[in-house]
Design a protein around this ligand. Sequence first.
Ligand SMILES: Cc1cc2nc3c(=O)[nH]c(=O)nc-3n(C[C@H](O)[C@H](O)[C@H](O)COP(=O)(O)OP(=O)(O)OC[C@H]3O[C@@H](n4cnc5c(N)ncnc54)[C@H](O)[C@@H]3O)c2cc1C
Length: 277
Amino acid sequence: MPDRSVHFQAVIRWVRKETRDTSTYALRIADSAIRKSYTFKPGQFNMLYLPGYGEAAISISSGSADHDLLHTVRVAGDVTTALSILREGDSIGMRGPFGRGWPMEETRSRDLMVIAGGAGIAPLRPVIRHVYKNKRSCPGSDVILYGAKTPKDVIYRNEFPRYRGVFQVLLTVDRADPEEYWKWERGLVTHLLDKASFDPLSTVVFVCGPEIMMQAAIRELMLRGVPAEKIFLSMERNMNCGMGICGHCFFGPKFVCRDGPVFAFTEVEEFMGIKEI
Ligand SMILES: Cc1cc2nc3c(=O)[nH]c(=O)nc-3n(C[C@H](O)[C@H](O)[C@H](O)COP(=O)(O)OP(=O)(O)OC[C@H]3O[C@@H](n4cnc5c(N)ncnc54)[C@H](O)[C@@H]3O)c2cc1C
């Protein structure tokens, strides 16, 4: 594995615009020895580096068996704005992979429910890709619930129809203009729980999105009987080193970069919803 305190170069192979402010970048690690030794787990992230701008933590959004190393980036500030003007053939710096990913072993013996809001679908895409590629004996028992603000904000919009048949796929938007084509649901992502068919006692749930959405989803899941210890979530905090040294990303006593970003709900429930923690 590469030394994670040192940047290595990656070349942009292609860029796909997902929404007005979000694009997916396919990266190729330039050094062949690093490329061959580089592996990651679903839910891990890289630090992407642009000289003169700095670094940003960005989840890996490709599956571990996929050909391209993908990152889906929403323009938020300095680094992501600078990244948004780069094109195919440009180089960026990268360190990683970092963090503890999703507990994929849980998906072997249990049905999987993925709940994502907005850009929270990016770190869950490797999970979806994994389950999709290793098709189950019982198709349709795994569920994807995804919510975005409007139809224009749906990331990976062309991929969802493909996942049907393996997953129950339910999409929703907060609002859609009457003239906009939208054949899925309207309303909060948590409302989709009423439309999904799942057994709370044999399902493991992976959740990622705005914290308020994750809190609401977890509340609804527990009301429906999903055990707290079978709910996992990916947290986002400003981070600097990515390696559990600088303390920028403290969440209670935990480092989001090193102990997370994926946590069991039971590990973090006492800190959730507390501002500035
Ligand atoms: C584990 C992890 C995984 C992540 N995965 C992804 C991912 O897959 N995709 C993704 O897009 N993001 C992801 N993020 C979030 C991403 O790291 C942050 O958005 C990061 O801060 C972007 O860096 P930046 O330099 O572009 O923005 P920053 O400059 O750090 O800005 C971040 C925040 O400050 C605000 N801000 C910046 N400049 C100004 C200003 N002048 N005035 C007012 N407000 C301002 C921005 O609106 C934004 O809310 C992840 C974060 C973590 C911790």
